[in-house]
Unconditional design. Structure first.
Length: 90
């Protein structure tokens, strides 16, 4: 299972009222991804995040960013690892 420690934060990206978004690098491969950290403490937060994850998993298009993996951070946050598109608009 992936862990937060497997990634190196390159920089924080702008935006995100409900989450913090970062450009990260997987240490073992140096491949870049987007890491979206969301609160997963309250039931309302969990429900919203679970819906977003299911929606992203159901998308299968060349024109959408794909969800790579999801993992918890200290049981209060969830990290979503997404494809990074160099010239994309996140």
């Amino acid at each position: 299972m992936p862990r937060y420690e497997d990634y190196r934060v390159i920089r924080q990206l702008p935006g995100g009222a409900q989450s913090k978004t970062y450009l990260v690098e997987l240490k073992s491969t140096r491949q870049q991804f987007i890491m979206k950290k969301v609160s997963y403490l309250e039931d309302v937060d969990r429900a919203k995040v679970d819906i977003e994850i299911e929606l992203m998993r159901s998308l299968d298009s060349d024109f959408t960013v794909h969800l790579v993996c999801v993992f918890p951070v200290l049981d209060v946050e969830l990290c979503m690892i997404l494809e990074y598109c160099v010239r994309g608009d996140f």
